[in-house]
Write a protein that binds this ligand. Sequence first.
Ligand SMILES: [Zn+2]
Length: 347
Amino acid sequence: MSIHRASFSALGLLVFAIAGCGNAPDESDTAIVETSEAVRGTCLADPPFEGDARKIFQINDHLTAFYDGRNTDRISPEPNWVDDAANKLGVATYAIHQGNQAIVFDTFPTIAQADWQRSTLESMGITQFTVVTSHWHNDHIAGNEVYADSEILMTALGNQILHDLEDDIEAGTTFFGPPAINPLVFPTRTYTGSKVLQVGNIRVELHQINIHSPDETVIFLPDDRILLSGDTTEDTETFMVEYADLQIHARNLKEMRRWKFKTILPNHGDPDVIEAGGYDKKFIDATIEYITNMVEGASKPNFLNEPLETFTGKYMRQPHCTVSLFEPYRDVHEFNKQGVFPVWGNP
Ligand SMILES: [Zn+2]
């Protein structure tokens, strides 16, 4: 995890702007000092960069991570979910493999990225694929078309949601907006609760858990003590969609934390941390802290003006740096506040 002291001053200005202090000239000197004090302790991820972002990380001999995003490339200058809700924030997918078999955990936001993922695995001698889809959101299902000849597995609830939203997803008119995913490729098999799969002699446990999305699947690899956490945890902070369920999410995160894993690999995280092997369980604590503070903070004055740092507790501050600030995640926080306020704020 990198700390970039050079960007403190630019970041300070942004925090200053978001905090709304810029309109009070007679107090500005004090405000700037306070802001830079607060920012000095913030853990910072590498900023967005220009150029190719695709990376492959060999986590161990049977677990491969694919990473793309956090660069300045866009598919369109217009706002769209591929750029603004996925690639800009960074996307990781995973393959658990042995011999000619692989379980692929999510297939990227675009066909081109899924093609890259599949052809890489084929070059490793893999011919038999099972896709496990973590949940129904666009950035996790769009590449499934590349695996239309393979088994695709997700929760029965996720499958039902996809069927309910089929027309809108294929038209690009869900709340994610454009681009459309057309054709939408449905799962070939569903499960509810838990399911055990096997790749060679590797035991792969799927668990449905209502965190982030009610149809969410996480994958537990008991022999590796690794959790592939889907979107239940994100670095910098969780992308909130199911606002009314936030307290359920916090409870289920506490439950999930008791499982016997040591390492967490998310679908949206810091590539440096994923390359180094993943996050520890404090990542879950950081997520609970943000959710809890957002729910409790929604009824306090000035909630809609409060920056991300108000809600992340110690976890985004040195020396903890459990999560680190990736600047585009400030937009996610603004989006989260707009959704949380009507549900948890005082009417
Ligand atoms: Zn996602």
